[in-house]
Design a protein around this ligand. Structure first.
Ligand SMILES: [Zn+2]
Length: 344
């Protein structure tokens, strides 16, 4: 496999000015400072292109894209109660989506073993024609759509470990059997979607996997669901590409949720996904979503990068031995309707 892992970034991420808001430019500054002190953990820094219009419009209607461009050009403001934009936000959003798409190319062309696409604004709450939850375009969905339509893949897996449900991604691929969407999220919590019973529609039934967890869920719960549910699902689905909606707001320090993850949990989940991807020979890329405790965000991103760049231990099953059997068992039993391989 080729060369160094790649860190995709663009300076426009700093020009998405949200004012006094948890999703702020200081997030990127904190990450930069941490990674810079650690020599980028072996990642090569690459500047992201802006997404090309047809690639973006495969998910978001042209009229919607134009409306966001216009709103930003007019100075911005509140799109809804949570989602704020400035004059620089449209360009930032184009590069956030463009970075995720470039990530797919780098991975599929064998130009990088692992890629982390790190931009603002995040994406997984954005619906095709509606900005919400700090998100304008669903970056990871645009990347997955591109992988299917342009790169001609047939099976893409998305694991969303942001503490909030990725309602945008959930809905965009709701009826598709080409994208296996697996989300671990706190419930109850914004945006209120993603119950365990939401399994997709039509041909997509069983390909939307929602794993809500209660407040207080810790490393053992998240890692247990990754090791005991997401990894077996990956083995059964055999994705040709695995993308992670990497939000860090399930961290115990995060002000927007009540989960209790630590850096070690993010590292363990990363190692688990890296290990199954190696077995399946599927490339693995991460797209930054949330994470609002600046120090925890920076150190957790660093933990993810370290877990991608350090030699993979023979035994990667760190926390999941302590996973609550009831949570994992219920998920496996429910999913075995579509995935008989998961039957306990
Ligand atoms: Zn979030």
């Amino acid at each position: 496999m080729a060369s160094a892992p790649v860190w995709l970034e663009h300076p426009s991420s700093l020009n998405h000015d949200t004012g006094a808001h948890p999703e702020q430019p200081a997030r990127m500054v904190a990450i930069d400072r941490e990674l810079s002190a650690r020599d980028w953990l072996g990642f090569e820094r690459v500047t992201s292109p802006a997404v090309e219009a047809p690639v973006l419009e495969a998910v978001h209607p042209a009229e919607y894209v134009a409306s966001i461009e216009r709103f930003c050009a007019n100075g911005g403001g509140h799109i809804d109660m949570d989602t704020v934009v400035s004059r620089g936000s449209f360009e930032a959003a184009l590069h956030a989506a463009g970075g995720a798409v470039r990530m797919v190319d780098l991975l599929l062309d064998g130009d990088a073993p692992y890629v982390f696409s790190a931009h603002r604004p995040p994406g997984h709450h954005a619906e095709p024609a509606r900005a919400m939850g700090f998100c304008l375009f669903d970056n990871i969905a645009v990347a997955a759509r591109y992988a299917l339509d342009v790169r001609r893949l047939e099976r893409v897996m998305i694991l969303d470990w942001d503490v909030h449900h990725g309602n945008g991604t959930n809905d965009i691929f709701h009826s598709s059997d080409q994208v296996l969407f697996v989300s671990i999220h706190q419930s109850p919590l914004y945006p209120g979607t993603g119950p365990a019973g939401d399994v997709g529609t039509g041909a997509g039934r069983g390909f939307t996997v929602n794993l809500p967890v209660g407040p207080g869920a810790d490393d053992r719960v998240f890692c247990g669901l990754v090791d005991r549910v997401a990894v077996p699902l990956a083995r059964a689905f055999a994705p040709q590409l695995v993308l992670i909606s990497a939000g860090y707001d399930a961290h115990r320090d995060d002000p927007l949720a009540e989960c209790e993850l630590t850096e070690e949990g993010y590292a363990a989940m990363t190692r688990s996904m890296r290990s199954i991807c190696r077995t399946l020979e599927a490339p693995l890329g991460c797209v930054l979503e949330g994470g609002y405790a600046l120090g925890a965000l920076a150190s957790s991103v660093a933990a993810t990068l370290a877990a991608l760049s350090e030699p993979l231990p023979a035994e990667v099953d760190g926390f999941s031995d302590g996973a609550p059997a009831a949570v994992v068992g219920a998920a496996l039993e429910r999913l075995s309707e579509w995935w008989p391989e998961l039957a306990v």
